[in-house]
Design a binder for this molecule. Structure first.
Ligand code: MSP
Length: 660
């Protein structure tokens, strides 16, 4: 059996987990489940990073011992992963005795191999990131204080006698690794960042501290404690038995994938491989550094009050919905934003409308016309063959993309296929076949759709395990996901179906987003007598569920003409403070005058690049406020695979020109 060893970073226990820290674990869980489905023997590791100055300080502030803080928080992380349905195979803690022993063994080997020496470190240190910085890497805040380029908090000047690791000695070997093995670090722009560091030359690294007690003592020199990052990185081998249990260790090592956030890339892609080279262990196969999540455009932080417990969303919308939203809406590998409003949009359109409703209406017809037994796929027509071919192509591409961790693209592809399934359902007109008594053809159509839904549920199961299990239950299948069911047809013939509640319930927009008219409408409904209310709700849900009278969603020309599309010229551009995404633009719309719009393009264009450009704007969009800044209109851009390009005209034309 092929093995797959995947890890997340181990989380600091100075604060409670939030939606951002859960992101890595959820994405790791998707990959782990996917590999299991594809027949791999998987080991999925996560855990907690419990030593160092940051934890010691957090405990002191609470007036408790560091170990007590660690025990409390490690318990909370474990509970969270359980509540989120994370399928980690082990949870490592750096205060575990076996981990401590492994770290001391590992560091002794580095010493034996002549890679450590004593020296004095005098320089900058960021406690929140537990990182040493060179003077020229630091940034400056508005008060002239030196701040950390990662977390933007003030750094400390420290001077200590330390052990140093000869990191510089491995510069050449690392360059070779990066050149010979370009897929070692992904995405490629993250690899290039690492290459630049290597090209400018690595400095030796201080790997012990003497001004701190909360850490693992250096073997034979206990007033030194081992630098928390060296201690933490070793978790990836201590958790699988190095060096005591060599059989297990050799089964899993090297790791197939270290999944991490972008800010800790250099520890994983440079320092960790150098440490492994020093003790003579094989290197991990890949480091994948994903982007950062903001919430409504803002950095996640306790002080901003947006460090939300993911269970809040999970309880409200369900685990699967949050997992799908994160995997689909945030382009994996890039920075992304979490917004409840967008989550609801995905839930209502992709999940409830496109996926759940298709299952619902298919099973309704099997119940009605085939006594709840899945019919047989018999004679195929061209339209059927085309659909089955499209399925084969979807499966192939989905797998290919997932193998390359292009999770967002894989889901995109799968949902395109769900659209095709809906189209097939509408075009084959099963309700007409039923009316005309063409039962064999009706059976074929319904069986084709059902079997494709089952295959979609299987492919989507790493992302949405609960709803896929529910689809299986409705089709009398055991909820065990394997790739076997992805092959062949007529696997479901004769099975009983359960036509239950819709798979996903649509949600109203969040309170703050409701327009006055919507609130009015709801108030009116709430004030109606009970009977009337029931009738109204029944009518809408029935017509959605049994949506057998199809309406093709064409836009009529008059509707389109109501959109006032214009050419505009960008006069000024500046980034919106505290937002990674937004840019404020002053634009010239010719006869419509000058105005301000706010656009989410900061990650793709710098303000300097924007000034002077001709863009296309929806001029009559209802004004809105984004992070408190008014936007009167919306620019148009094309987005795919994490790339964004502005729409423009092919030559010069006066601002204000109408687009038709
Ligand atoms: N303890 C170190 C890792 C040691 S691994 C040998 C550490 N811990 S951390 O708790 O600060 O962050 C761990 C990881 O949490 C980040 O690398 C990232 O994967 C994830 N995230 C924390 N906040 C995040 C966001 N806002 N968005 C996405 N991921 C984030 O660094």
């Amino acid at each position: 059996m092929k093995k797959f060893y995947i890890t997340t970073p181990i989380y600091y226990v100075n604060a409670e987990p939030h939606i951002g820290s859960s992101y890595t674990t959820i994405m790791g869980d998707i990959i782990a489940r996917y590999k299991r489905m594809m027949g791999y023997d998987v080991f999925y590791l996560t855990g907690t990073d419990e030593h160092g100055q940051k934890i010691e300080q957090a405990a002191r502030q609470k007036g408790i011992e560091p170990k007590q803080l660690c025990d409390e928080l490690a318990g909370k992380f474990k509970q969270l992963w359980k509540d989120l349905g994370i399928t980690n195979d082990y949870f490592v803690r750096t205060t575990d005795e076996s981990h401590v022993r492994t770290v001391q063994y590992f560091v002794s080997k580095m010493l034996e191999n002549g890679d450590l020496y004593k020296g004095t470190y005098e320089g900058w240190y960021c406690v929140p990131c537990e990182t040493y910085w060179n003077e020229d890497e630091l940034e400056m805040d508005e008060h002239g204080h030196k701040i950390c380029p990662t977390c933007k908090r003030e750094v400390q000047l420290i001077k200590e006698e330390n052990y140093f690791f000869k990191l510089s000695k491995y510069n050449e070997s690392l360059l070779k690794l990066f050149t010979e093995n370009p897929e070692f670090v992904e995405p490629d722009f993250r690899r290039n960042e690492m290459l630049k560091i290597l090209e400018s030359g690595l400095k030796d690294l201080s790997i012990t501290r003497t001004t701190l007690k909360w850490g693992i003592p250096m073997p034979d020199d206990p007033q030194h404690v081992i630098y928390v990052w060296v201690d933490a990185l070793i978790n990836y081998v201590s958790a699988i038995g190095y060096p005591d249990n060599l059989e297990t260790f050799e089964k899993w090592w090297p790791a197939d994938l270290h999944l991490i956030g972008k800010e800790i890339n250099r520890f994983h892609s440079l320092i960790w491989p150098a440490m492994l080279m020093s003790v003579g262990l094989p290197l991990p196969k890949k480091v994948y550094a994903h982007g950062w999540l903001t919430v409504n455009g803002q950095k996640i932080s306790k002080s901003l009050g947006n460090a939300i417990d993911p269970r809040e969303y999970m309880n409200k919308y369900g685990n699967d919905v949050v997992r799908y939203y994160l995997a689909r809406d945030v382009m994996f590998g890039r920075d992304g934003d979490f917004s409840e409003e967008n989550l609801i949009k995905r839930l209502n359109s992709d999940l409830a409308n496109d996926y759940g409703n298709l299952l619902h209406r298919t099973l309704a017809m099997i119940k009605k016309h085939f006594d709840s037994k899945i019919p047989e796929i018999k004679t195929l027509e061209d339209i059927d063959r085309k659909l089955l071919e499209e399925y084969e192509e979807t499966k192939r591409t989905y797998i290919e993309l997932m193998e390359r961790y292009k999770i967002t693209d894989a889901l995109d592809h799968l949902w395109q296929f769900i659209s095709s399934l809906n189209k097939y359902f509408d075009e084959t007109r099963p309700w007409t076949l039923a009316k005309e008594g063409k039962m064999e053809r009706l059976g074929t159509v319904l069986a084709i759709v059902t079997e494709n839904i089952m295959k979609v549920a299987t492919l989507a199961s790493p992302v949405m395990p609960n709803s896929s299990a529910e689809v299986y239950r409705r089709l009398s299948m055991e909820p065990v996901f394997t790739d076997h069911v992805l092959e062949g047809w007529n696997n479901l013939k004769g099975k009983s179906i359960i036509h239950g509640e819709p798979l996903f319930k649509k949600m109203e927009k969040i309170e703050s987003e409701k327009t006055n008219t919507e609130v009015d409408k709801m108030e009116k409904l709430n004030n109606k007598p009970e009977e009337e209310k029931k009738l109204e709700v029944k009518e809408t849900s029935d017509s959605k569920a049994e949506n057998v009278v199809t309406t093709e969603e064409f836009l009529d020309i008059d509707t389109f003409k109501r959109v006032d599309l214009r050419v505009a010229k960008i006069l000024e551009a500046e980034r919106v403070q505290k937002s990674e995404k937004l840019v404020k633009l002053q634009i010239d719309l010719g006869e419509l005058g000058k105005r301000q719009i706010v656009a989410g393009i900061a990650q793709y264009y710098s303000p300097e690049e924007l000034v002077g450009r001709l863009i296309i704007v929806v001029a009559n969009l209802k004004p809105a406020k984004l992070m408190g800044i008014e936007s009167r209109g919306m620019l148009l851009a094309a987005k795919k695979d994490g790339q964004l390009r502005l729409l423009t005209v092919s030559g010069d034309i006066e601002p204000g020109a109408k687009i038709s």
